[in-house]
Design a protein around this ligand. Structure first.
Ligand code: ADP
Length: 434
């Protein structure tokens, strides 16, 4: 500030001198030459500094201010300070924006910002993936040119819909169900939230199907049981005791079927909710296989040739109860789906580098290739009637799959219609102990 005052003082003195020079102009020639020169120098300097200032203002942000002495030095210094403050504020804003973008990228849902003309200003990776778009190509394009489904256009046009999400199936991402929600915000912009609800919808459908299946599975034996009990009750006076006994026998079989179904459902439910089987519990496989072999022989009642082959490791780490249930299910299926006189082989052997494999091979009816991927779904049966006649609940392989998953084991199914099947449970090395 002092320099500015000094410069003003100099200017003032020069002006005074110029005035005085006017008085003396008549005789003093030297003063006549010196004073206009000083005034011209002063104004040329101001002009030069203004030009430097204008040039600096046109340079890229961050260019240092020109250096100068005196009042201009003060001016440039003040400008430099302001530029530094502005740059720090800019840097902070940039960092905040970067943080906001990272946070928006981390959101589990798609986020898109549309401007007042519905052109895409910004979108995160999830929005790109859900809507089949590419930010590098599609930013700046109108969303209505990219997603042309009429229900989407109508949704955007109708502000009353906002707040209620739109279910959308778009050609840009076939096979996926999307939920879209639009929220208007500052200056005509719109925030689009996009969520992929395919999995949720599948789960809801599965839940609905499951309830329908359970009701259906229970209804059939219950209807049969009630029918026979009513008949027996109505005709208790004049029906022969052996007929009544037969009715009760059928009712008891149906009740057993219902009990089996409920047992399987409870097993499935505990497999889904219980904590995973401990790694430390060793299960002695020879004893387990011998028990299962005995059960299978009882179920077969001498109708099949059953062989047990144990060349595998001695111990398996996991839950004895769960492993028994899975192995018994596989072995029981072999009996139920192999006609009289067929062969059944239960085998336990080493697999790969330290793993082990339990497999059940049969020479039974086999399964067509198209059914294989769905066999472990609850209540999925290749032949519903045959499964029921054989006392199946349609839950056996679902239980096997769960048990194996909980032991980090894989279920392999090989089968050929008319020739037989082989179901194998392959255990990883960390579950095996010799
Ligand atoms: P189920 O109680 O009906 O046997 P599972 O879940 O155990 O239910 O099996 C599902 C379906 O897989 C069965 O209905 C049957 O069609 C088929 N299946 C299972 N094991 C065999 C096998 N060893 N041979 C032929 N088909 C089989």
């Amino acid at each position: 500030m002092r320099a500015v005052l000094a410069e003003l003082l100099v200017a003032f003195l020069l002006t005074m001198l110029a005035t005085l020079a006017g008085w003396l102009a008549a005789g003093e020639r030297g003063v006549m030459i010196l004073l206009p020169g000083a005034i011209t120098f002063f104004f040329l300097r101001q002009l030069w500094m203004v030009l430097r200032l204008i040039h600096w203002a046109g340079c890229p942000l961050g260019t240092p201010t020109p250096s100068a002495s005196g009042a201009w030095g003060e001016v440039f210094e003040a400008l430099h300070r302001r530029a530094r403050l502005a740059s720090a504020a800019r840097e902070q804003a940039t960092q905040e924006l970067a943080r906001f973008r990272l946070a928006a990228e981390a959101l589990p849902d798609g986020v898109m910002i549309l401007d007042g003309h519905r052109a895409i200003e910004w979108m995160n990776l999830h929005a790109e993936a859900c809507l089949g778009l590419k930010a590098s190509v599609d930013t700046g394009s109108r969303i209505t040119h990219l997603l042309r489904e009429p229900e989407f256009l109508e949704y955007l046009d109708n502000p009353d819909h906002r707040g209620v999400p739109l279910e959308l199936h778009t050609r840009r991402n076939p096979g996926r169900s999307l939920q879209i929600q639009a929220a208007p915000f500052a200056a005509g912009r719109t925030l689009l939230l996009v969520r992929d609800v395919t999995q949720l919808q599948k789960l809801a459908t599965m839940r609905r199907d499951f309830v329908a299946n359970v009701s259906h599975e229970l209804k059939t034996p219950l209807t049969v049981t009630l029918g026979f009990l009513e008949t027996a009750l109505e005709g208790v006076q004049d029906t022969a005791p052996q007929d009544i006994a037969q009715y009760l026998q059928i009712a008891a079989e149906q009740a057993q079927r219902m009990q089996q179904l409920i047992d399987d459902l409870l097993t499935l439910s505990s497999l889904e909710t219980d904590s995973p089987p401990p790694l430390e519990d060793p299960v002695e496989i020879a004893g387990l296989l011998a028990d299962i072999c005995r059960e299978v022989e009882a179920l077969s009642a001498g109708q099949h040739h059953i062989t047990l082959e144990n060349k595998g490791p001695r111990w398996l780490l996991g839950s004895a109860r769960e492993l028994r249930s899975a192995f018994a299910n596989l072995a029981g299926n072999a009996v139920r789906y192999t006609p009289q006189g067929g062969d059944i082989l239960l085998s336990w052997r080493r697999e790969g580098e330290g793993g082990a494999r339990f497999s059940v091979s049969d020479s039974g009816i086999g399964i067509a290739r198209e059914h294989l991927p769905r066999l472990t779904e609850r209540f999925y049966r290749v032949d519903r009637g045959r499964s029921r006649d054989a006392g199946g609940t349609g839950l056996g392989l679902a239980i096997v799959k769960h048990v194996l998953e909980r032991h980090q084991a894989a279920l392999l199914i090989e089968s050929e219609p008319g020739k037989g099947s082989r179901f194998s449970a392959v255990f990883p090395p960390h579950r095996v102990q010799s």
